[in-house]
Structures are given as structure tokens and as C-alpha cells.
Design a protein around this ligand. Structure first.
Ligand code: NAI
Length: 328
């Protein structure tokens, strides 16, 4: 049998963890030929709940699941890990200022980045899901100087999938026939879902943008504020769709994106499209050979430029804030 891939999931006892672990163990993330060993990393108070989830995983008798370990300490949780899905984060509490939120998350993602640096496998790949995802990824990467920065990514795939679904409904075209959408910027309400380079049912996505009212009043805000709409309807934040996006992101990273298409991911900027170097920013990306590449050479018109710049300005402000706190 092939050597199992070690996958660490933080926040394993949370909502997303519950929707994620079973799909990883089923083979949805790494394919039907790759066994996985799951490492569940939680805070001590949630270890008991993680044990319950592990019992259920056992009870599924997944043929690809080679083992489950539960940890409440990052060094052990990340030792030898190949894929780290950083889901657990500190949510914004009532009356919490942004600086308090960033500081609280710095206390989580700094030590986790260090533990990844010190003990993870040489090929480790990290996806940060826990919010604020882009800046948490920046903090983790800053604590892992021996790991290439490109191995730290933040999840904007849920935004990408939400955009696909909105376009599908508007155009009456199956999602499978929509290609080359892109999410730019921060995983926040400032993100910019870009249709201008898309192909929708074989026609240029630009045709849909001719309906300016739909584009600016409906499509862009619906995608950007979908998380809040889910909370309003469900009484809890997106979990299964977030877990699904984490599966999609990691699968494409490891196994590659389809020919002729691209997806969206928060990756460390090398200065592409004028995004300051070092920011973890969502771009249109392809993957091959286990590496993300930013799609280069796209023409960005004034409409898109203004929106990309606004989201990138927010990312820069978050970076300045965590710098001031000494977290990066
Ligand atoms: P949840 O509150 O149900 O679960 C979070 C879990 O993380 C809890 O079990 C908690 O004990 C654990 N945790 C907290 N600190 C930890 C630490 N230091 N180490 C290990 N585990 C720790 O939250 P849920 O719904 O699972 O969401 C998790 C995160 O994902 C949130 O930050 C949420 O905002 C974010 N999210 C991101 C999305 C994206 O598109 N990037 C989409 C949806 C959610």
C-alpha cells in the first residue's frame, strides 16, 4: 500500500471540521489511491468532542483511512505533516476591536506556523481557512522561515464557488460550462469577483457584465456578502460549503487544475498586478506539479482595478496592524 499522507486539521471539533474530516477520509481530497492519516488538533476543552468525531470516523470504516491521532499541542499535531488545514481560529466576540481580533489570532497562527516550521514534512502545504484567513496565513508564514512562503495559502475557493453558482443561475448555464472566473483580494466583503475574463457556456463572460445593474448591485455584493446571508438564514456560518471549498483547493493544489481553466486562491504575492510583495492575496491561479502559479498578463480595466485596489488596500492595512502588534 502507498505510504499514507499525513493531514492535520485544526479546529477539528468545530462545524467545518465535522464537515471536512469525513470527506478527506473518503478520498475526496487526494483521490481514491491515496491513504490518509488524520491528525486532529484542538484546544484541550474540545479534545473530548474531537474524540467523538474520531469514533464516528472509525465507524465509517473508510478503506483509505490509515489512522487518527488527536492532539492539543501544535508541535505534536504538525510533526511530520504533509498537509495542514488551519481551520480553528478565534471568532470576533461582541465589542472586540480589529486589533484585539488580530492579536488573538496571532496567538494561534504564530505558534502553529512555528510548529510547522520545526516539525512538518519537507513537502508541507498549508491552507488557512480560519478568519481573517489571508492575514492569519501571513502570520503563520512569518513564523516559518524555513518553509517556502509559497506553501502558505488562504482560502478564497468558497468565494470562487459562490461566484460560479451565481453566474450559473443568471446565465442558465451549468457550472461545469463556466470557466476562468476569478476572486481578487481579501476573503472579506471587499473581495472582487471578476467576470471579465470568464467564459460562460462558450461565450465571453463580458456579455453578462453588460448588465451593469446586475453586476454592481447584485452579483458582486451577493458573492461578497454570501457568508452573512448564510448566517442569517441558517443561524450558523457556512460549514459544509467551506469544507467543500477546502477539499477543492487542496485537491487542485496537489493534483492540478484542469487544462484551460483556472481557480482562485490566496497566495503570497510576488508583486503580480501591482499587489505589494508578501501580501497573501487572492488571484486567479493554476496549479501543476504541486505549485500554484498566478495567471499573468490579464488586462485589468478601470472598473476592476478600482475594486482590486480597494481590497488590496485592506490587506495592506491588516498587514500594517499585525506588524504594529509585532506578529510578523
Ligand atoms: P467553530 O467555532 O465551529 O469551530 C472552531 C474550532 O476551532 C473549535 O472547535 C475550537 O475549539 C477550535 N480552535 C480554536 N482555537 C484553536 C487552536 N488554537 N488550535 C486548534 N483548534 C482551535 O468554527 P467553524 O464554523 O468551524 O469555522 C472555523 C473558521 O473558519 C472560522 O474562523 C470561520 O470564520 C472560518 N471560515 C472561513 C471561510 C473561508 O472561506 N475562508 C468560510 C467559513 C468559515
Amino acid at each position: 500500500m502507498t505510504t499514507p499522507v499525513n493531514v492535520t486539521v485544526t479546529g477539528a471539533a468545530g462545524q467545518i471540521g465535522y464537515a471536512l474530516l469525513f470527506r478527506i477520509a473518503s478520498g475526496a481530497m487526494l483521490g481514491p489511491d491515496t491513504p490518509v492519516r488524520l491528525r486532529l488538533l484542538e484546544i484541550p476543552q474540545a479534545v473530548r468532542a474531537a474524540e467523538g468525531t474520531a469514533m464516528e470516523l472509525d465507524d465509517c470504516a473508510f478503506p483509505l483511512l490509515a489512522g487518527i491521532d488527536i492532539h492539543d499541542e501544535p508541535a505534536a499535531g504538525f510533526a511530520g505533516t504533509n498537509i495542514a488545514l488551519l481551520v480553528g481560529a478565534r471568532p470576533r466576540g461582541p465589542g472586540m476591536e480589529r486589533a484585539d481580533l488580530l492579536e488573538a489570532n496571532g496567538g494561534i497562527f504564530g505558534p502553529q506556523g512555528k510548529a510547522i516550521n520545526d516539525g512538518a514534512a519537507d513537502d508541507v502545504r498549508v491552507l488557512v481557512v480560519g478568519n481573517p484567513a489571508n492575514t492569519n496565513a501571513l502570520i503563520a508564514a512569518a513564523h516559518a522561515p524555513d518553509v517556502p512562503a509559497a506553501r502558505f495559502t488562504a482560502m478564497t475557493r468558497l468565494d470562487h464557488n459562490r461566484a460560479l453558482s451565481q453566474v450559473s443561475a443568471k446565465a442558465g448555464v451549468p457550472v461545469a460550462d463556466i470557466r476562468r472566473l476569478a476572486i481578487w483580494g481579501n476573503h472579506s466583503a471587499t473581495q472582487y469577483p471578476d467576470l471579465f475574463h470568464a467564459e460562460v457556456g462558450g461565450s465571453p463572460g463580458g456579455a453578462l457584465t453588460a448588465d451593469a445593474g446586475w453586476l454592481t448591485e447584485d452579483f458582486i455584493p451577493t458573492v461578497a456578502k454570501r457568508g452573512a446571508a448564510i448566517i442569517d438564514a441558517r443561524g450558523a456560518s457556512s460549514a459544509a460549503s467551506a469544507a467543500n471549498a477546502a477539499i477543492d483547493h487542496t485537491r487542485d493544489w496537489v493534483l492540478g487544475t484542469p487544462e484551460g481553466d483556472w481557480t482562485s486562491a490566496g497566495v503570497v504575492s510576488k508583486g503580480e498586478y501591482g499587489v505589494p510583495e508578501g501580501l497573501v492575496c487572492s488571484f486567479p491561479v493554476t496549479s501543476s506539479g504541486g505549485e500554484w502559479q498566478v495567471v499573468e498578463g490579464l488586462e485589468i480595466d478601470d472598473f476592476s482595478r478600482e475594486r482590486i485596489d480597494a481590497s488590496v488596500a485592506e490587506l495592506s492595512a491588516e498587514r500594517d496592524a499585525v506588524r504594529e502588534l509585532g506578529l510578523v
